[in-house]
Design a protein around this ligand. Structure first.
Ligand code: TYD
Ligand code: MG
Length: 462
């Protein structure tokens, strides 16, 4: 019999090493290596996971394209009470697809899935609860007012038993909460090990595709926001949904970061209430509702989330650093981008920002991902530095280049329409967008300040 071999695998990026390492040379994470036993190829083919996969695959046949097409896009009816959730999914949950729902522990993944169970038009749902007991889930379901029949709770961690039960019940929908609790006896590593997660996910993929079961796997994310376990998990599934939010806030955001059946970056915003998650139809309004006027360090921008613009408030705080190196901290904004903007502002306005602590916070636990919001971040920084509030009811849009030039923003009209509806009456934006607005009524109903260079901002604002 071939000898088994010990290897060490990085739980963040799946990098393999024959020795234990304190820091992963690939993704630079500390203490991420776990020991696993590698079953040699020959042994694996005899008895292990590979042979299992081959057995369950059945005899695969080549399918003619026109015949296959109809199968792929069959969807469950759109979810009731969840119009934006449907949009994130690209128009409803696709039958026979496999979805990964990622999010930090306690953010509300299990709550969201139970509410999905209530709305989804699947006759039989198998809810595998590896983390909680059926009694706990029943308590939560009562709280959420879920009364429908056809939801089967199954507290099991063994992969094969889950597969058998899904087939025995003829489940239309299989929810695995969470993939980190599933155990595959023939796979190496302990419960939660990288190889366990990877092989279990491959197994569920095989099950869903061959039996036409719709699968949803819950995956916990690491503190860096990656789904714990190998990245390959994200490549395997059809759709990756990320459920995010701020622990101190009751707002929750659901986003598709990968979707084989729709566009990505569509956003659904929920509020966690004592009777579960409720979709918020006008999130911009809610995000700006408590915004203080007339204070320094606050600016509003409009970020496009899929097709919908969302108004965000970004706050900056600059403070003279006491000793040592100045601190740079961000919530919802890329720290490298902040460093770039600070360098740009230092150069453009001859400031010495090197000695200043700089903090950026995007309100509501949201994230700025578009460079189109650069101008708002720069304006908030300047406002905090000079301790002068920006003009009331203003919107800031524009990507900043390294020479201080403002670059155009896509879908400008859509963003301005959303802003106008929420009481914004003046907008600072790139000159390059002038032509896009020339025929629009917005150019008369809003005060538009077109800028070529970042330097012009302070002259107009103050
Ligand atoms: P949960 O769905 O268990 O999170 P996850 O599965 O992502 O770990 O949600 C847990 C949190 O949600 C918990 O702190 C309580 C809160 N919650 C409410 O505020 N209202 C509710 O109706 C429910 C069911 C949960
Ligand atoms: Mg949970």
């Amino acid at each position: 019999m071939a000898k088994t071999k010990k290897i060490y695998i990085c739980s963040e990026c799946n990098y393999e090493s024959i020795n234990w390492l304190g820091r992963c040379p690939n993704c630079q994470s500390w203490n991420s290596f776990t020991e696993e036993t590698r079953i040699p190829e020959t042994a694996a083919t005899d008895k292990g996971i590979n042979s299992w996969l081959e057995d369950t695959a059945g005899r695969s046949e080549a399918v003619e394209l026109n015949q296959a097409a109809g199968v792929i896009e069959s969807r469950f009816a759109p979810l009731k009470d969840f119009t934006d959730f449907n949009r994130v999914l690209g128009g409803g949950l696709v039958k026979g697809s496999l979805t990964l729902l990622g999010g930090e522990p306690g953010i509300g993944k299990s709550t969201l899935l139970l509410q999905l169970c209530r709305s989804v038009a699947a006759a039989r749902i198998l809810y595998v609860c590896g983390e909680e007991s059926p009694a706990q889930i029943k308590l939560r379901a009562d709280r959420l007012g879920i009364k429908r029949s056809g939801i089967y709770l199954y507290p099991e961690v063994n992969f094969h038993k889950i597969c058998q039960m899904a087939q025995k019940l003829q489940a239309d929908l299989l929810i695995v909460d969470s993939i980190q609790t599933v155990y595959m006896p023939e796979s190496s590593g302990n419960l939660g090990a990288v190889s366990q997660i990877k092989n279990a996910a491959a197994g569920f993929l095989r099950l869903c595709k061959s039996k036409g079961i719709t699968g949803i796997l819950v995956g916990h994310v690491t503190k860096e926001g990656q789904i714990a376990g190998p990245l390959v998990l994200e490549h395997m599934v059809d759709t990756v949904l990320m459920f995010e939010g701020d622990a101190n806030h009751d707002l929750r955001m659901l986003r598709a970061t990968k979707n084989r059946f729709g566009t990505v970056n569509e956003l659904a915003v929920f509020q966690m209430t004592n009777t579960g998650l409720q979709e918020i139809q006008n999130p911009s309004h809610m995000l700006l509702a408590n915004r203080p006027e007339g204070v320094s360090g606050s600016a509003v921008t409009a970020q496009l989330e899929g097709v919908r613009p969302l108004l965000l408030e970004v706050q900056a705080l600059l403070n003279n650093a006491n000793i040592g190196q100045a601190m740079r901290m961000t919530q919802g904004f890329d720290r490298n981008r902040l460093n770039m903007l600070l360098a740009l502002l230092s150069k453009q306005f001859s400031l010495n920002l090197l000695n200043y602590d700089a903090f950026i916070n995007v309100i509501g636990g949201l994230r700025i991902i578009e460079p189109a919001c650069d101008l708002a971040v720069a304006a908030a920084i300047l406002s905090s530095y000079y301790d002068m509030p920006l003009p009331n009811n203003s919107l800031f849009l524009g990507e900043l280049g390294l020479t201080g030039e403002l670059r155009s923003v896509n879908n400008i009209e859509r963003r301005l329409n959303e802003a106008k509806g929420l009481g914004i009456n003046q907008v600072f934006l790139p000159s390059a967008d002038k032509s896009a607005l020339s025929k629009s009524s917005l150019s008369t109903s809003l005060n538009l300040y077109f800028l070529d260079q970042l330097k012009q901002l302070t002259d107009i604002c103050w």
